[in-house]
Design a protein around this ligand. Sequence first.
Ligand code: ZN
Length: 330
Amino acid sequence: MKPSPISPTIDLDGHGVQHGHLRLPYSRDDSAWGSVMIPIAVIRNGDGPTALLTGGNHGDEYEGPLALFELACTLSPEEVGGTVIIVPAMNYPAFRAGTRTSPIDKGNMNRSFPGRPDGTVTEKIADFFQRELLPRADVVLDFHSGGKTLDFLPYCAAHILADEALSQRAFAAVEAFSAPWSMKMLEIDAIGMYDTAAEDLGKVFVTTELGGGGTSTAHTVRIARRGALNVLKHAGIVAGAIDAQPTRWLDMPSGDCFCFAEDDGMIETMVDLGEPVAAGQLIARIHPVLRTGVAPQEIRAKMSGLLVARHFPGLVKSGDCASVIAVVIE
Ligand code: ZN
């Protein structure tokens, strides 16, 4: 396969603290021989394990970038036994535009793996992670939130995998992260995900959904900062006791977790995040907006559990994810 067009401005295997960029040539109207400059920090001390910490996989999710720009600034090599690679905004063009996908090629980073060295800008970034960064990592923490269109109960998550031992190691890292909620996560559409790419390489992969709405809160940013350090401590890269907080485990047992809108209109949530729902319960209504005198579409829970995610904007379109339900594991 062709080499990656991305050149790091730092030595990825160097010692001490290095701040630099992954430079991706991108010739365009406003910059003839220009580049996309993706910030990266590498903090290394000795030959211990390597953690790869990422945010901004989707460009409108902020807990990860907030926690990771700061961690890159504050983590010193004396605190580290091993290597911490920090990329606070993976899909950097999307992050700068404040959009989920890249404004350059509409690429959704989390549907672009394994990427291509000769593909779109988003595919070139994915390919660099696939072939250069993931192979260096022992543990991978990728921050997500709901972005502009979803809002989540704050949870850290890992997937149930065919490799049960790898699953258990990932769930142990999720427990260490200490979000208020911990999730055994089911994906709607796992093809092309960074998660799958990391798991297929046998890496311990941990992700989050920490809020949403295209912003962050003091509460969710605190969870992100504590979680990143806790995962580094759990991996034996940073010394000291894990700041363990109570967490409740959730499971997404089937596709019945997801409810989708079948009409356009104005969505009224009937249940707030974290509230219990019973199978058959009315959890949202979509009010038609073209005329009066038309009854709203009802969205009813297909299973019992609690509401873990909801559509965020007041207006909704047919096909939008309206609600997600998960089951508390007692
Ligand atoms: Zn995301």
